[in-house]
Design a protein around this ligand. Sequence first.
Ligand code: GFB
Length: 320
Amino acid sequence: MGIAPLDRGDRTYVAGHRGLVGGAVLRHLQAQGFTDLVTRTSGELDLRDPAAVEAFFAEQRPATVVMAAAKVGGILANSTYPADFLSDNLRIQVNVLDAAARYGATKLLFLGSSCIYPKFAPQPIREDSLLTGPLEETNDAYAIAKISGVLQVQALRRQYGLHYISAMPTNLYGPGDNFHPTGSHVLPSLIRRFDEAARTGAPSVTVWGTGTPRREFLHVDDLARACVHLLENYDEPEPINVGVGEDLPIRELAELVAEIVGYQGELVFDSTKPDGTPRKLLDVGKIHALGWKAQVGLRDGLTETYRWYQEQVAAGTVRS
Ligand code: GFB
């Protein structure tokens, strides 16, 4: 029951299908032949509303739930709106996980994040580092909410014997991302800024922080494959890391984006903006042992994401 192929005909609910992760998971499930996929936009179903979530689950009774709905943002959004990140995420998680359990979902995948490990966890970060030290303060509110979700999964397993699991993705990117100029993560922010600078001929582009923090980037299509792989091959209470196993300094990342976009001006580092955690490279030994490995290289993934972004700009449909 726990470790078995998913039935492609079972009803599967992807929470958050309009987001970067949920969108990629939905595409992957469609490509894998899942025939009974259920989605709701936030306009149709506000996951912060317990009565609405309860009614939705009572009616739909999905067998499998991929919990990709969350309030997310980059370092500045997290540090500016901690109350929203804490409260919205706690509400969404409690509502969805409780209702999934109550209305008979037999499988559920909850997504944590590499930023919920302690700020100074030994690198590469192993799964057993969770809750062993203080958090990075720019995203502590988000982290506490996500840690609660991981604990809720463990509690539901213990109390009801459910085969629910949690994954810990590293920093993600890809088509479908949010390109908000200040609220988004580093890659969409830089793609947008370099693209505008290239088009307007600006002499320099500002990159936040010192450029020295290191980050690991996983293409969201790789994460989507991992989600299905884990639902079929992993059934333990401990969250499992999903990453590429390599990272790079933000300075090098910015240079790579500039090259892909074709921007030749200067990079200026704004050290009044936060650096965040110095490094958060995931140890991916556990998921590799289960037969999953990231496939999309950063240069290829970024080139494709930039092409996608240009199409959105041309069509006037950039999400921000
Ligand atoms: O992507 P980012 O916001 O996520 O920032 P975190 C990563 C690094 O890139 C930081 C630098 O050191 C930023 O200072 N950076 C440089 C920029 N230029 C920019 C820019 O224009 N925009 C942004 N956003 N960053 C988040 C957490 O932390 O990671 C969230 O706050 C979430 O909770 C996410 O979990 C995965 O890795 O620092």
